[in-house]
Design a protein around this ligand. Sequence first.
Ligand code: NDP
Length: 516
Amino acid sequence: MASVDTTTAQRANGQDQAHPPQIPVVNPATGAVIAHVPDLPAARVAELAVRGRAAQPGWQALGFDGRNRVMRRMQKWIMDNADRVVATIVSETGKTYEDAYVVEINYTGGALDFWCKNAESFLAEEQIHASTLAVKGKKMVVRYEPLGLIGVIGPWNYPLTNSFGDCIPAMLAGNSVILKPSEVTPLTSLLLAEGFAECGLPEGVFQVATGRGATGSALVDEVDMIMFTGSTATGKKVMARAAETLTPVALELGGKDPMIVLADADLERAANLAVFYSMLNSGQTCISVERVYVEEPVYDEFVAKVVEKVGALRQGESTGPATAEVGSMTFPRQLEIVEEHVRDALAKGARALTGGQRVAGDGLFFEPTVLVDVDHRMKAMTEETFGPTLPIMKVADAEEAVTLANDSPYGLGAAVFSGDRARGEQIARRLQAGAVCVNDALLNYVAVELPMGGWKASGLGTRHGAGGIRKFTKQQSLFISRLHLKRDPYGFPYRTGTSKALFKGMRLIYGRGRRR
Ligand code: NDP
């Protein structure tokens, strides 16, 4: 089902679809080809960049109020067209209607609302108090200028949240944007280009560069900053490429998020959230529950609850609200990775208490799978699986859980469940992850006011919060002299008396205190 008119969308996006080769877009739940999009070569990306740069000054000149007006219209457009946007997302990702509505539409509505309300204050000029003696009396100001043209490269798992979500602050900061969606899920982005055209966004401010990895690579060469969301392996390539032009990058990468369940935890809640956040979007969520460590006294009870809940999940093509809990996977290669991780775990002694294999048929379905008797020799516990699997490991105590949770190259998210909130928080502070939830999981992502970014191999920089919009700007410091002499005391020519007085003054002011 092609729920987007790509011809109209491509026209709205200023693309001539006659020339570039076409990429087929497949509905992964059915295997049917639902549309074709152009695979833009580097020369076409360069043309988009010229158009984007030409449009940017006018967009910046509109000011916060003018830009807000357009973005608010877009917020309304998305809500008015939510069914169509959801149908498009579902058709190209295979996810369920709920995944698309709750995680994508809801996030985007909230993000548009948040950034429209806060962009101006986050980017307001700030007068800095002069505390260094040498600059007393000077006026100091920090201000922010848009970078110009931002390249946003997005993954296939959340074509709205993880691609468009970053375009919102970038555009509200006064930049124009070229969005390169995953070749697997380009239709949502094209639909948004159509929406923007209807909302009166000046041409060239938001453009979509459909294509494969080479298109993304070409985009890196053309823009003033790259906001990349995707795998750690591709993130490294993007950063290396960007280094050639000293183009700044922000990277939101992969993860292997641990969940720790302590013996005093509310097991019913912990089991519900473990199942929900490991199976949500068929497990293809960057911050999620990828592995669980449970204290020995409650291990059996926790596993029993999880197995019962996973066993009750309905899996299949989502044809409307509440028709399935677990949809298809999105990307054929990802299904192979999931198969490989489960196979590897079983070969090394793990047991699958539910699921464990691919579902026969044309769709990309993998059975919701609970693995036990797992350990860190297995890929399912150490590498990003990104599928509907939940490996659960028994640990002697919280110390072992913390050690194992931190035994990972990744550091995106984590979760701790404990009946003692203070203890849960203490443990959260010891986990090596950019975002840690206590008695919750993943929900921090929708808190647009709370920064989120990965440690270690999970990323560079943050999205959300003040930093989530300032990264799309150049920061300028103004230093303005108000009260001054014709000649500063520390200027040329040096005079013995003045120099000695300065050195003495320095020692008097900064030389106080003791060495032991
Ligand atoms: P990939 O890294 O494979 O691709 C991400 C994007 O980069 C795609 O648009 C891709 O295009 C493009 N790309 C591929 N090669 C290059 C290149 N050389 N230069 C520039 N761009 C390129 O990631 P996936 O799409 O597979 O997404 C899944 C990954 O994303 C998981 O690891 C997941 O954890 C991570 N992720 C992280 C999030 C976070 O916030 N930290 C959020 C969501 C996902 P194409 O698809 O056409 O090849």
